[in-house]
Design a binder for this molecule. Structure first.
Ligand code: ATP
Length: 249
């Protein structure tokens, strides 16, 4: 079934659309089978959050945009789920903030890396990193550790949507400022992030772009002040509270 076959009146329209995008991603060789499982987990948390961007997530998305604007070198890591769900949106975020795009896979195969890079180029990306794989993240086994030396290897700020906990932890230990997008506020990735964004990547990425556009003219001092005021633990607690009580936090 393609996107257009889901009637918009269906109460779970967005959720079904997302599923079909992931299924299409698997068919195109962009998303792995494990990506389907990650999607299911995400769906459950999104349901508990009321399938909306809670206020604390919106604030985190604004601070994430500020980080990207003040960074010397920021990189957005793209995996199979991100490429299937928000290819055009992630290219736009990179353009607006001057970030690089790097394909980074948990289950790395050269074919899948190339398929994702091609998919991003079809959505307007001019340069996609991830093919060189000439640097390593210390403390991880071989395939998961591979990054580009002039990409994530060199970055001071990385956006890691739907990242596995081990790699998120290892990137943090390298001293990188990590912006994690993950619907599960209890996941290790969210817990180790400088900026945890507990929101669906479908809503988070375009919202970060909007924030970046509106913050573009702010001074570095002002952006830095927003960054310094941000408390990741408060954000995670607000998300947990929203899940428990159904209240917008
Ligand atoms: P960890 O290793 O960090 O404890 P994990 O083993 O649960 O996490 P994975 O299965 O690799 O991690 O990643 C899936 C994560 O991505 C889950 O936490 C899930 O909630 C989240 N996720 C899935 N789909 C989305 C989405 N569309 N937007 C945001 N987050 C998502």
């Amino acid at each position: 079934m393609s996107d257009v076959d889901v009637p918009e009146s269906h109460p779970r329209y967005e959720s079904l659309l997302t599923r079909h995008r992931i299924e299409d991603g698997v068919e195109k060789g962009i998303t792995s089978q494990q990506g389907l499982i990650a999607q299911g987990r995400g769906e459950a948390f999104d349901y508990l959050l009321g399938e909306r961007t809670i206020e604390s997530a919106d604030r985190a998305e604004r601070v994430a945009a500020a980080h990207l604007l003040v960074a010397d070198h920021s990189v957005i890591s793209v995996n199979g789920n991100v490429a299937a769900l928000v290819p055009g949106e992630i290219v736009e975020l990179a353009e607006v903030t001057g970030a690089d795009l790097e394909v980074n896979l948990f289950n790395r195969t050269e074919e899948r890396i190339e398929a994702i890079a091609e998919h991003l180029r079809e959505h307007g990306a001019s340069e996609v990193k991830g093919m060189a794989a000439d640097a390593r993240i210390p403390g991880l086994d071989h395939e998961r550790a591979k990054v580009d030396a002039d990409g994530i290897g060199d970055a001071d700020t990385v956006v890691v949507p739907l990242e596995d906990g081990d790699r998120a932890e290892a990137l943090g230990e390298m001293g990188k400022t990590e912006i994690v997008i993950d619907l599960n506020p209890l996941s290790r990735s969210a817990q180790v992030a400088a900026v945890p964004i507990v929101d669906n990547v479908l809503r988070a990425v375009p919202n970060m772009t909007e924030h970046a556009q509106s913050l573009r003219d702010r001074s570095t001092g002002e952006l830095q002040e927003m960054i310094d005021e941000f408390d990741p633990d408060e954000t995670l607690a607000a998300a947990e509270e929203a899940i428990r009580t159904g209240e917008v936090a």
